[in-house]
Design a protein around this ligand. Structure first.
Ligand code: CTP
Length: 406
């Protein structure tokens, strides 16, 4: 592909220790066919030098507005971009962007760009939580930028807390989604809080055994990623998944159906939409053995008695903790897919039900999915075989439609 055909990405890097992680983001962007122009701030270059950015991007690297003036870079770089991503975005860079300052090449670029803009902040928890930063973030989001919530974990020095730069691979996924959606109305979930459950619950029999299912959590994670890219605040209740945390999502790990219920109901209190993509066990062992169940010579094993688990989707649909909340269920069916789906939609009382056919080789663990989105209003939207992100976007389209109508 000729350079001119490639989507143009500006990678803004500001002066934080996480600048080194932006090298990995840059590598992912270039290797996936993007023409990347790195625009570091002066202090970013104290962490990672200009030769690194130039070598990895294959493009010139400047921080100020006084180099190559004949090419008017302070205007042109922003104008020509298809996406600007700032990673890491320090408190200072967020403040300068929110106030429209233009004292270096990056802030000039942010003012001249008309394409989608993604900020991936990284800083100490105190700085992130400071009202000044919170207001700057709110301003940038109101103007349509995607500001990815920082991750929680180890920070520079001995501190831990919120403020880590999310995994560069996951920031790349957000960029990919934002680029795929192009300009407005891309950020149509801005200002919304959405809750997604993902994975499969495990119901313990004894300290080493459980009843589980084959759900990988991929569809739920795709829903989380796409919602972040569409500007939502995302809570992801993750049951036994082995996937990297989606950038920007607040991940709540759970094990059993009862724990999942508690986490989902709590997060749902102020949620605009709840999507139950998790495979929740309908039953759990009636008795939990404190010690490992042993086999006994010459004796048959005890049968395992089961009791019903709460039905979280039905409970949420009936309760609607927030007026106008949209509730979405998923149904995996092996036969009579549509008829069973309609009956289930009515039984559970949700607004939308995503029905897919499952079998040994279908859906579970796969990156692709095929489904029909059924609406309580009688609508039926088939989603052809494709990436789980495409199905996720169809679900969010339907949710946005309902939220805007309601
Ligand atoms: N679900 C739930 N709580 C449960 C079981 C399921 O919230 N205890 C949710 C799932 O997250 C999914 C939807 O309900 O969104 C459909 O689950 P499914 O198990 O397919 O439906 P059931 O009503 O259990 O029907 P079936 O008889 O097919 O098992």
């Amino acid at each position: 592909m000729d350079r001119s055909d490639k989507p143009r990405v500006v990678l803004g890097v500001s002066g934080g220790i996480a600048a080194y992680k932006a090298c990995e983001l840059l590598r992912r962007l270039t290797e996936s066919g993007h023409d990347v122009r790195v625009v570091p701030t002066g202090s970013a270059l104290r962490f990672v030098g200009e030769p690194t950015w130039a070598a990895l991007s294959g493009n010139p690297v400047t921080t100020g507005v006084w180099e190559d003036v004949h090419e008017v870079p302070h205007v042109r770089i922003g104008q020509e971009a298809d996406l600007v991503v700032v990673a890491p975005a320090t408190a200072d860079t967020l403040a300068r962007a929110a106030h429209g300052l233009a004292d270096d090449l990056l802030t000039n670029t942010l003012l001249t760009a008309r394409c989608p803009v993604v900020f991936a902040p990284a800083m100490h928890t105190e700085m992130w939580e400071h009202p000044a930063t919170a207001e700057n973030v709110a301003t940038l989001r109101r103007r349509g930028a995607v500001v990815i919530e920082p991750a929680v974990g180890r920070l520079t020095g001995k501190d831990t807390g919120k403020g880590r730069l999310p995994d560069p691979g996951e920031i790349f996924e957000v960029c990919r989604r934002v680029l795929a959606r192009g300009a407005a109305p891309g950020r149509d979930l801005a200002g919304r809080h959405v809750v997604i459950s993902a994975g499969g619950t495990r119901e313990p029999l004894d300290p080493v055994r459980f009843l589980g299912n084959r759900s990988s959590g991929r569809q739920g994670y795709a829903l989380a990623r796409t919602a972040v890219a569409r500007g939502a605040r995302v809570t992801l209740v993750a049951a036994n998944t082995a996937l990297p945390d989606p950038a920007g999502a607040d991940v709540v790990p759970v094990g059993t159906a009862v724990q999942l219920r508690e986490a989902v109901l709590k997060a749902a209190e102020d949620a605009d939409a709840v999507v139950m993509a998790a495979a929740v066990a309908d039953f759990r062992p009636a008795r939990y053995a404190q010690g490992k169940i042993k086999k006994r010579e010459g004796q048959e094993p005890e049968p395992v008695a089961l009791v019903r688990n709460p039905d979280v989707l039905a409970e949420l649909s009936a309760a609607r903790p927030r007026p106008g909340q949209v509730v979405v269920g998923f149904a995996a069916e092996t036969d009579d897919v549509l008829a069973n789906g309609r009956a289930k939609l009515a039984r559970k009382g949700c607004d939308l039900l995503v029905v897919n056919e499952v079998g040994e080789d279908k859906t579970f663990g796969a990156a692709e999915n095929e489904a029909v989105v059924l609406g309580a209003d009688g609508s039926e939207t088939p989603v052809p075989h494709g990436p789980k992100e495409a199905l996720a976007d169809t679900v969010w389209d339907a949710v946005v439609h309902m939220l805007n109508a309601g």
